[in-house]
Design a protein around this ligand. Structure first.
Ligand code: SF4
Length: 383
């Protein structure tokens, strides 16, 4: 299956050929990977007025058009130049699953034949797209199927943002408001530059015009990158995947991140410029008998001291190959109660899409070579 192209069958065929061209024609400019400034420079270099760049942004981002020849309000000569010198490299929709609860999981194909997964979660309370930033992930969280793949490669900014174009087209939400969470495959701060560039592309007013308030970035807490993020003009909501209350637990659950202690991560959170009306979300996957005791809850409350945060408890989504169990509802409720009694804002995440393996930690593309822990460790550390 190919993305929802506008226009005739001929246009669809041409657009698919453009996508295939990207495999061999890497010298072509990807129009979907260009900021407005860069597009203006490109259009000017092709002998045309800069304002056509805004039209291109609209065609690519608002209308989902991937064939420059179909951008009908551009001058013919510009369309011809773009047709031979540029592509719109959009991930291709290969397969889709729909959950009983309305969640939809999409398998997308990339130009090099790799595959990723993205998820649409309806009414949470807004419409939400959960997108990937890497093929696989180097972090190797012990409860996560994606982590079992190891890192295959980083996604480009165009590939990260392109998932939103495909999902918005597939769900009919191109003109509707939606949220984006960077919680799919991969660790966004391990692919920092491409992730931030993708957010700038998504924020372009002629495109989706995403505001930072509608975007949430989830990270295991790579401290130097957290400090970089703190200085970004486009500041998404921040979610920290904590999952542990002691250093030993953390090393066992998120092995490659032991370079950064819990104390280092929480200090970076204290430095993080959280607005007065905002809070950092601390995600805590609950593993039965591992990190879900009343003592863990009391320790977690103490760790939250001095941080404008809220805790989101995520009872494990069990899966074959994951050596942990989901705690009972009673155990989750006791844990949440201890936090609430100590003044911590706490919620329990309702899992969406478990029946189609679209829930947290369940995204995986089969068939990738698994990395050794040593390889994952060296891949994980930012240079
Ligand atoms: S939970 Fe997130 S950071 Fe951890 S291995 Fe899975 S995808 Fe990577």
């Amino acid at each position: 299956m190919v993305p929802a192209f506008d226009g005739s069958r001929n246009r669809r065929t041409r657009a698919l050929l453009h996508w295939k061209d990207t495999v061999t024609a890497s010298t072509r400019v990807d129009l979907a990977d260009q900021t407005l400034d860069e597009l203006e420079t490109l259009v000017e270099s092709l002998g045309h007025r800069r304002f056509h760049a805004r039209q291109i942004v609209q065609w690519v981002w608002k209308r989902g058009v991937t064939d420059p020849f179909a951008m009908s309000d551009l001058p013919q000569t510009l369309r011809e130049s773009l047709g031979t010198q540029a592509v719109v490299a959009t991930p291709v929709l290969l397969r889709e699953w729909q959950s009983d609860d309305g969640t939809r999981k999409f398998m997308l194909g990339l130009a090099d034949g790799r595959q990723i997964e993205s998820v649409y979660i309806p009414d949470t309370p807004a419409q939400t797209f959960c997108i990937s930033t890497q093929v696989g992930c180097a972090m190797g969280c012990a409860f996560c199927l994606t982590g079992k793949m190891g890192l295959v490669r980083h996604l480009s900014a165009g590939e990260i943002a392109g998932q939103v174009r495909v999902l918005a087209g597939a769900t009919g939400l191109r003109e509707a408001p939606f949220n984006i969470v960077l919680m799919g495959m991969g660790e966004p701060l391990h692919n920092y530059d491409a992730t931030m560039r993708a957010l700038r592309l998504l924020a372009a007013p002629q495109g989706f015009g995403m505001t930072a308030r509608r975007v949430t970035l989830s990270t295991v807490g790579l401290v130097p990158m957290l400090d970089r993020l703190a200085a970004e003009p486009f500041m998404p909501n921040l979610a920290i995947s904590l999952h542990a209350t002691t250093e030993a637990q953390r090393a066992a659950i998120v092995p490659p991140t032991k370079k950064y202690s819990l104390a280092d991560i929480l200090d970076a959170c204290r430095r993080f410029p959280v607005g007065r009306r905002n809070r950092i979300t601390f995600e805590y996957v609950m593993l039965d008998g591992v990190n879900d005791s009343p003592e863990d809850a009391r320790r977690l409350a103490r760790l939250m001291d001095g941080i404008r945060g809220k805790v989101n408890l995520i009872p494990l989504n069990e899966a074959a190959g994951i050596p942990f169990d989901r705690p009972s509802d009673a155990r989750v409720s006791t844990f949440a109660g201890i936090l609430a009694d100590r003044g911590v804002v706490v919620s329990v995440r309702k899992s969406r899409g478990r029946d189609i393996r679209a829930a947290c930690g369940q995204l995986i593309v089969e068939g990738h070579e698994r990395r050794s822990p040593a390889q994952r460790l060296s891949e994980a550390m930012p240079s």
